[in-house]
Structure formats: C-alpha cells, structure tokens
Design a protein around this ligand. Structure first.
Ligand code: NDP
Length: 263
C-alpha cells in the first residue's frame, strides 16, 4: 500500500485527507493519505524519507521550504518557487505546484475576463498571479503592506498599497488574503471596494466553505461570486494525477473527489 500525507501547520482543518482517501477508495487504488503537523519546515525532506511515503501535499506555511526540499522541479514550480505537491521516485523528490493551475481552471467559467485585481500578496497570490500572467491576463496586486510587493514589482506586475491605489475598472476581483478566514474583516478598506466591486464582472474568494465579508459585499452589489472550493478541488485532482502517475483521467478523479465537499 502506498502512503501519502499533507504537511502543514496547522493541518487539522485540511480537507485533503478526505478528498484523497475517498478517491483512492472509489478508484480501488491501494493507498492511504494522512495528515502531519510539521512545525519546522526545514525538516520536511528528512520527515518525507523517514515516513516512507510516496507523495505529499504541502500547505501553509511550508510551500517555500518544500520548493527547497526537492531534487527536481517542474518548470512552473521552479518559476514560482513554491511547491504544494511532492512525489518520490527512485529516492529523489520531484516538486510541482497544483494550486495555480487549479485556480486557473476555477475561474474559467467567468467569460470576457482580462483585467484581474488581486487583494493580497501572500504565498497563494505568488503562484496564481504568475499562472494568470502566463495565460494572458493582466494582474494588478493590491496589498495592505508594501514589503511583499517588491517581488511582484520585480516580475513586472502593477502593485499598490491601500495608500497609493489608483481606482480603475477590473473585470475580476479576487480576495487572496486570509481576511475573513477566522475573523469578519474585509481584505481592504471598504472605500476601495465600493469603487471597484460594483463595476467588476465577478468576484472570487480563495477561502472556501464560507460566506466571507468580501463575498457578502460582492453579493450585495449583485456581482457573480464563487468561493475557493473549486480551486481546492482542482488542485487536489491535479495532485492525484501525479500521485497515481496519470493512471486515471481528470474527469474520473473529479467525479469522485467532488463528493468530499458534501460530506
Ligand atoms: P499568506 O499568509 O502567505 O498571505 C496572507 C496575505 O493576506 C498577505 O498579503 C497579507 O497581507 C494579507 N492579509 C492577511 N490578513 C489580512 C487582513 N486582515 N486585511 C488585509 N490583508 C490581510 O497566506 P496564503 O497566501 O498562503 O493564503 C491566503 C488565503 O488563501 C488563505 O485564506 C488560505 O486559506 C487561502 N487558500 C486557499 C486555497 C484553496 O485551494 N482554495 C489554497 C491555498 C490558500 P500583509 O502582507 O500585509 O501581511
């Protein structure tokens, strides 16, 4: 039996064990997926070998350590310097990023989107902004503090803090912050949202399973909305393809993994 896990801290809330175990069972694939609370990210590589696992997902706050822990990286993971999926082959660790393609697929239902505004500049914004840029979208980053914006500027993104933000029309507005995850805060001052949300085509929150203050605000302004559930599902389906060496089709995996969201 192959073993998989998710490394993170905290990790008790993660839906990934349910998503993957349900799908292993549904596809009659002999594997088991657990969770592992890892305090020190620099131990990720040694833990991986010690636990004798075949693959893993990596969540907050270890995606950058996971990038450093790998022997080989695919082109995209190399570019964004963040890894959320690792596979062991011939005693070597191979790293991938499935968050970003998962996000790209999740926004496909919104048509005529060109200009995207990201509220937040953390680890998730880091990979998703690059995948959107590569796919031809224009992405502007608005963040509470200036420090994290430097790396985005270096990659050619337009960046703002709340203080110097210039109002313009955006097709899609995405809450990429953790504002609303465990509190009732908006990701940016309401005065900014009042100017950009009513003229947008759609609003998305990457937080899942919750009507966040940001989503509530967008709904109040009659914008089409969606939460982060599809992003979570699709990153999981793509990780599952790596875990099982592409033995099953995306659609087959998705059909079963989806059920984890109603359990
Ligand atoms: P990080 O900790 O790397 O970044 C957090 C970002 O949020 C920073 O830009 C930070 O700003 C900003 N922020 C935090 N609190 C507030 C606040 N109260 N007001 C304004 N800005 C705030 O987090 P991640 O990028 O890893 O995660 C971001 C979100 O994405 C989380 O909610 C996470 O749950 C979600 N997520 C969803 C996934 C999915 O599959 N649906 C996958 C991965 C993540 P500053 O720089 O000023 O501190």
């Amino acid at each position: 039996m192959q073993l998989f896990t998710i490394f993170g801290n905290p990790v008790s809330h993660s839906k990934s064990p349910l998503m993957h175990n349900l799908t292993f069972k549904g596809l009659d694939y002999k594997a088991c997926y657990s969770r592992y609370r890892l305090e020190n990210g620099s131990k990720l590589r040694s833990k991986f070998f010690e636990l004798n696992i075949t693959g893993a997902n990596i969540t907050v706050p270890h995606k950058e350590e996971a990038f450093r822990a790998c022997d080989e990286l695919d082109e995209f993971a190399q570019k964004v310097e963040a890894v959320n999926t690792i596979i062991k082959k011939d005693n070597k660790l191979y790293g991938y990023n499935t968050d970003a393609p998962g996000f790209l697929k999740a926004i496909k239902e919104f048509k005529n989107i060109k200009k995207v505004l990201f509220l937040g500049a953390g680890g998730t914004a880091q990979s998703t902004s690059v995948v959107l840029k590569d796919a031809g979208y224009s992405v502007t980053i608005l963040n509470r503090s200036a420090k994290r914006l430097e790396q985005y500027k270096a990659k050619g993104f337009q960046t703002y803090t709340f203080e110097d933000f210039k109002i313009e029309e955006f097709d899609l507005i995405v809450n990429m912050t953790s504002a609303g995850l465990e509190d009732n805060s908006l990701p940016c001052p309401i005065e900014i949202l009042q100017q950009v949300v009513p003229i947008s085509k759609a609003c998305i929150d990457v937080i899942y399973g919750k009507d966040t203050p940001f989503l509530k605000f967008a709904k109040k302004h009659n914008r089409p909305t969606k939460d982060g559930s599809d992003m979570l599902l699709y990153q999981g389906v793509i990780a599952f393809e790596y875990f099982t060496n592409h033995k099953f089709s995306f659609e087959k995996i998705e059909k079963i993994m989806k059920k984890a969201f109603i359990l």
